[in-house]
Design a protein around this ligand. Sequence first.
Ligand code: PEP
Ligand code: MG
Length: 607
Amino acid sequence: MAPNDNNPNTILSGVASSSGIALGRAFHVDRNVIQVPHHRLAPGTTEHELERLESAFVLSRHQLHEARIKLTGGDHLQILDTHIAFLEDPQLERNIRAQVTAKMINAEWAVNEVINEVASVFDRSEDSYLRERRRDFEQISQRLLANLMGLHQDGIEHINEPVILVAHDLSPADMAHINREFILGILTDIGGQTSHTSILARALEIPAVVGLESITREVKTGDLLILDGFAGRVMLNPSLELIDEYDTRRRYHLQVETELRLTRDLPTVTADGATIQLSANIELPSEIVALRTNGLNRVGLFRSEFIFLIGTQTPDEEAQYHAYREVVEGLGPNGVTTIRTLDLGGDKLHHEASALHETNPAMGLRAIRLCLARRDLFRTQLRAILRTSAHGKVRIMFPMISGIEELREAKAELESMRRNLREENIPFDETCEVGIMIEVPSAALIADLLAREVNFFSIGTNDLIQYMLAIDRSNEHVNYLFTPAHPAILRAICSIIDAGHHAGISVAMCGEMAGDPDYVMFLVGLGIDELSMTPHNSLRIKRLLSRFTMEEARQVAQHALTLQTSSEVSDYVITYVRTHYPEEFWVPDWCEDGPCLTRDPEREPMI
Ligand code: PEP
Ligand code: MG
């Protein structure tokens, strides 16, 4: 709907990036995109230009280090470190200097040229995370330009009353200045689920809606707003009635969160006492803070490739060892860390000049295939993981396994790294378990054969659905077909779990389906042993699990397996669990007599 000053309750929709509700006045972070001056240098002035450039680099690094001092940890620190690392990478400065001298252009122009070039490499990537990383370079470029041109950037640190921030985008340095006491919510024009602002807003537990496209045009400082971080909506000029309603929702949400926290230290069992392991999916070591907040001490999926993606250089054995060790030690003596070996495509190794250009990278030289093609990378990682196993329980997991030969080759590499470490007298856990992701249809079909060769399975539904149903998981045009409820997916999951159990190994799930409350009963009914998910989801899943018995879950699963279409399955499974355990499915809809249960097809499952 087009916004209109005279029209109360105007609604704008964006991406629901951090849950929660905020009511308050807007604070517009005015950050006009800098107009870059272009001019050729007069002969003899190059040295002076290079000095200006160097000063801008020094000042930019200093500003980021200052912002860093104010932070104590978490994702924002990690992202700020990434910016610092980019700025400290001598190659970046060298490339810009080369432009100044070779083309005789001013430093601002050269900064723009080089950063645009780097950003375009990220743009071409198939991976949405990498595409989002282009913002890192844009933000670094804006900082360098502002310092070259003597412009002032900040203002957020001076906020001393409760407001909702409205910005085109916020950089990690902006986020470092956020005073949690005064920032009620965040709204931005651009960004998606994996953009920095979203990651950081979730880490700081600030409600946020991103990707609103025109929020900076529609809203000015002082405007009254309601932010619904569940539904990804913003209400401009809300009526008193709407304010009242949302305030009740907000208080209700806080009450639900407080009650959930009380279950933090309770065991994860069904109503009849069967234990289901809950664990977390993480991308970076800093996320272990979120595990502790949610009472978890297991990592079911550590997507190790993110350590490779955030820096400017491929991390060596020592750097990887320290990152893995940080997680293992952070989880304490009873912790378990499942480290998945690199799940990168050829195009994602952005430090390497030889990036491949594949027309279909999802089916290309990705994950275990890349590792077997690039043994140097693989061996280094295996050594780092094995060394980490001397500090706590570590499990190694290979992604994208599609056949026995591939698995045996990967295991042979692992064995040879074990031998090397023994020869070098470097300690590691000789009993370290080895497992695989089941996420390729061929692996699902030969799960019985694969199960004899490993200690555990973890089902990756994100890719399993993509490959089984032939639906690109990041293509919004076919997103409506992407569902775990397809009978083929249900059957595949059932037979993978049976094959694993038949061979006496445990079967986990770490795809998004594992954290979806609508499908938890079904998965438990099939006998899943472990569910690995975003840490924030785990308390709700734990409480839901405690409500039903194994027998009830089995009946739901068996009936679901008899159904013929995706909609029959989803109608049955979802309706069953939502009508039997309605209190576990709070969604921010409101009926006359209180919170009510509706399923908004535009929204992700509410958890
Ligand atoms: C999956 O495919 O389900 C999975 C967990 O792996 P990723 O999302 O990292 O591909
Ligand atoms: Mg996968």
